[in-house]
Design a protein around this ligand. Structure first.
Ligand code: ZN
Ligand code: ZN
Length: 261
């Protein structure tokens, strides 16, 4: 499997001279396996996705906050009906997923109703996707702690596993189940939006800290951890300082970063 990052900024896209290095696009992570293309969230980074030719693209949404869906209609390849995209989320039943995306991308919020306009964009329940893919890989989900809910995903193919936990406010009562879900993963994406000081002031905002990732991994034992959902105001300089203080195995996510899983 190969991971490509197209967006790792939290909350709102930030185009600025101080976000050039780590990038300003919101959440969008692509995993390519031998047979499929998976995209975790369609933040503003979705505009830079190159659709796989002759392969189905699965778009898995963690939740429906705007920074995780806003990029969907801004990739021109989506309007090529040869590109089949299957949208799913385990947060809601599939009818609710479809209605939610459709309402967001319809007048008056968006010029056209993209769900009705694009026959190549299909909606399938998470269970149906799991079944469709079971001959190739295993796909699992876990409920996360976030206002309105959010869903974490795990993709395992052969000996490699990728875990996506965004957005999540880490709570002690999650420790056991989340560590079991992430156990020994080759790559974990962690919502590390806040510093410890910010976390103390922002209880209930739905995000975690980098230090919590370090504590968590003592139990989860993931082989590599990417910290993501960088706060919009966090400058490259600040992120570089944070990067210097990170233990081995921990890396800050940045746009265009590619990692073999
Ligand atoms: Zn978010
Ligand atoms: Zn959110």
């Amino acid at each position: 499997m190969k991971l490509s990052i197209h967006g790792c900024r939290g909350s709102t896209a930030t185009s600025s001279s101080f976000t050039k290095k780590y990038g300003g696009n919101t959440s969008c992570f692509e995993i390519k396996t031998d047979n499929h293309q998976f995209i975790f969230d369609a933040g503003s980074g979705f505009q830079n996705i190159e659709f796989s030719k002759n392969q189905v693209t699965y778009l898995l949404l963690s939740h429906f906050h705007h920074d995780h869906i806003q990029g969907l209609p801004f990739n021109s390849q989506l309007f090529d009906i040869k590109n089949e995209v299957i949208v799913s989320s385990d947060l809601f039943d599939i009818e609710t997923v479809k209605t939610t995306v459709q309402e967001y991308f319809s007048p008056p919020y968006f010029p056209i109703d993209i769900v009705s306009s694009l026959p190549n964009v299909k909606f399938l329940s998470f269970k149906d996707i799991q079944k469709q893919l079971e001959a190739y890989l295993s796909l699992e989900s876990i409920a996360l702690n976030h206002p309105g809910g959010s869903t974490g995903y795990k993709l395992t193919q052969k000996e490699s596993s990728f875990v996506y936990l965004c957005d999540n406010e880490f709570a002690e009562d999650q420790r056991r189940s989340l560590a079991a879900f992430s156990k020994n993963a080759d790559l974990l994406i962690w919502d590390g939006m806040f510093t410890e000081k910010e976390l103390a002031e922002k209880k209930g905002w739905g995000h975690s800290s980098i230090k919590q990732a370090i504590d968590f991994n003592a139990e989860a034992n993931c082989k590599k951890i990417l910290i993501s959902h960088h706060a919009p105001h966090r400058s490259d300089k600040e992120l570089d300082q944070i990067a210097d203080s990170l233990p081995e195995l921990f890396t800050l996510a940045s746009d265009k970063l590619e990692i073999e899983v």
